[in-house]
Ligand binder design. Structure first.
Ligand code: ADP
Ligand code: MG
Length: 245
């Protein structure tokens, strides 16, 4: 079983989109997958009663709060209460371990657990990194991307004191548009600094990826021949190779 945090403190870079669609393609390849919404406005916007907040607070087990999305794919949802979590758990002993402990009970049920992190490096993200084997970082190819990555590196170093096994699984470039010179320049600069850590599958800027969630769908279900579906299928292949081999 492999636990992957999908994180970047910057919002709007494709964390939620990557979590959902990567999860869908892994499940289509026969893997048993749990998605954990730690973002609270990502996967499943409807009002939900039983959530990850209840799991972190110890009121519910994951088995009680998760729900099936499709064959081999489950979701542990969130609602707006998750925003209280930083405050609610601030004074607790072991507050960095809440998610890691909760996940133990479902470890045998899944091949992959994907953690959709919020756009911050606060307690929830620290919980995700502490529980994870690896961190996948979606990076929107833009001028400030490099500076933001330095901060993530620092956070990973800090969390390694709690979770020495934490790896940076890789960077995935999102919203990629090869017609834009800036995209090429930033991609080259990222490649100088991060080299092989960057997944060779890039996620292109694709309208189907933006439209699918408003239809309550993943991109494969929404438009299976779109660039978005093709790119996430390729990413899933590469992700499997990196995490299995
Ligand atoms: P984050 O979780 O990092 O805040 P999201 O995954 O929610 O980012 O993506 C932000 C917005 O951009 C969403 O509306 C999403 O549907 C859209 N989006 C994500 N990836 C792409 C892409 N490659 N091309 C076009 N739109 C995208
Ligand atoms: Mg998100």
């Amino acid at each position: 079983m492999y636990i992957c945090a999908i994180g970047n403190q910057k919002g709007g870079v494709g964390k939620t989109t990557t979590t959902h669609n990567l999860g869908v393609f892994l499940a289509r390849k026969g893997k048993r997958v749990l998605l954990v919404d730690l973002d609270a406005c990502g996967l499943e916007p409807q009002k939900i009663e039983k959530t990850v907040f209840d799991v972190l607070s110890g009121a519910l087990s994951i088995a009680e709060a998760r729900r099936p999305l499709e064959d081999k794919l489950d979701l542990l949802p969130a609602n707006i209460r998750l925003a209280e979590a930083e405050m609610a758990f601030a004074g607790r002993i072991g507050r960095e371990n809440l998610l890691k402990k909760a996940l133990v009970s479902v470890a045998a049920d899944y091949d992959y657990i994907l953690l959709d992190c919020p756009p911050s490096l606060g307690l929830i993200t620290v919980n995700a990194l502490n529980a994870a084997n690896g961190l996948l970082i979606p990076v929107q190819v833009e001028y400030y991307a490099l500076a933001g990555l330095a901060l993530i590196r620092q956070t990973v170093s800090m969390v390694r004191e709690l979770n020495p096994g934490l790896a940076i699984l890789g960077l995935v470039l999102t919203f990629f548009d090869s017609r834009k010179t800036l995209n090429k320049d930033v991609a080259a600069a990222l490649s100088d600094e991060w080299g092989e850590a960057i997944f060779s599958s890039r996620i292109r800027d694709n309208v189907s990826l933006a439209e699918a969630p408003s239809n309550g769908q993943d991109v494969y279900r929404y438009r299976k021949n779109s660039y978005g579906a093709k790119d996430y299928a390729a990413l899933a292949e590469e992700f499997l190779k990196r995490t299995e081999g």
